[in-house]
Design a protein around this ligand. Structure first.
Ligand code: PEP
Length: 255
């Protein structure tokens, strides 16, 4: 089955509103020729509406980097799925390892957030991935299987078509170390098998699984050429329009 390649940029806690507008405009201008590749930018909450406005008539869609489980209420500082949707964003990253590590995100909260996101018509980008210790202990497959089973518990096969999975080995995020294409491909195969077991082969075959962890123009081609790597979730390299657009153009040639 041929899946669309989707490249997403996670801006993390970078860019004031004026900087965000500048970067979004530059990326938009550099990607006007892109026809087959999905493009997503995930700026901070504060810039979502402004960046969504910049890209509204382009092929780029917008996502948030997290959301609250609750739909509304007394949760000072939190941002709901409905608020995100109202900015023009259609995606939301859920379960990024930095949220798990610094903000107490668990497989259960990831699961609840996915359900709320889907209810509001947001498409989750669900992150999973092992630590260095877990990889060295040869338990990567068990760790990722448990994360996927926890994240997707109670969903229906049709929900999977609104979800992107992102395999992000923690040891490769922001470190300059990348999983080899073979290491990443093996985990992507595992993720697809687990999803097939839970929701059937058709749902699994349609699932876009991105790789994330120090993706840059120099390694994008070899990673994206793997049969089960359907895109990339890019951190550092998405903060410069040139490198993000270059990764998108590499994907476009493969698509
Ligand atoms: C990320 O934060 O999702 C990520 C993959 O970051 P980087 O590309 O900088 O490793």
């Amino acid at each position: 089955m041929s899946r669309k390649i989707i490249i997403a940029g996670n801006w993390k806690m970078h860019k004031t509103n004026s900087e965000a507008l500048q970067l979004a405009n530059q990326i938009k201008m550099k990607t006007t020729d892109v026809k087959h590749t999905g493009m997503i930018m995930c700026p901070p909450f504060t810039a979502l509406a402004a960046v969504a406005d910049v890209v509204k008539d382009s092929g780029i869609s917008i996502g948030a980097q997290d959301m609250c489980i609750a739909k509304e209420g007394a949760y000072t500082g939190a941002i709901s799925a409905g608020m995100i949707k109202s900015t023009g964003a259609i995606h939301v990253i859920i379960g990024h390892s930095e949220r798990r590590q610094y903000f107490g995100e668990t497989d259960d909260s990831v699961n609840q957030k996915i359900k709320t996101a889907l209810e509001f018509g947001l498409k989750p980008i669900v992150c999973v991935g092992e630590s260095l210790e877990q990889r060295e202990g040869n338990i990567t497959s068990e760790v990722v299987t448990k994360q996927i089973k926890g994240a997707f518990a109670g969903l229906k096969p049709e929900d999977i078509s609104h979800i992107i999975a992102a395999y992000e080995p923690i040891w490769a995020i922001g470190t300059g170390k990348t999983a080899t294409p073979e290491q990443a491909e093996a985990v992507h195969v595992t993720i697809r098998e687990v999803v097939a077991e839970m929701f059937g082969q058709q749902a699994a075959d349609g699932l876009v699984i991105q790789y994330g962890g120090s993706v840059k123009p120099e390694n994008a081609q070899s990673l994206l050429s793997q049969p089960n790597i359907d895109g990339a979730l890019v951190g550092g390299a998405c903060l410069k329009a040139d490198s993000f657009a270059e990764i998108i153009h590499i994907a476009e040639k493969l698509g």
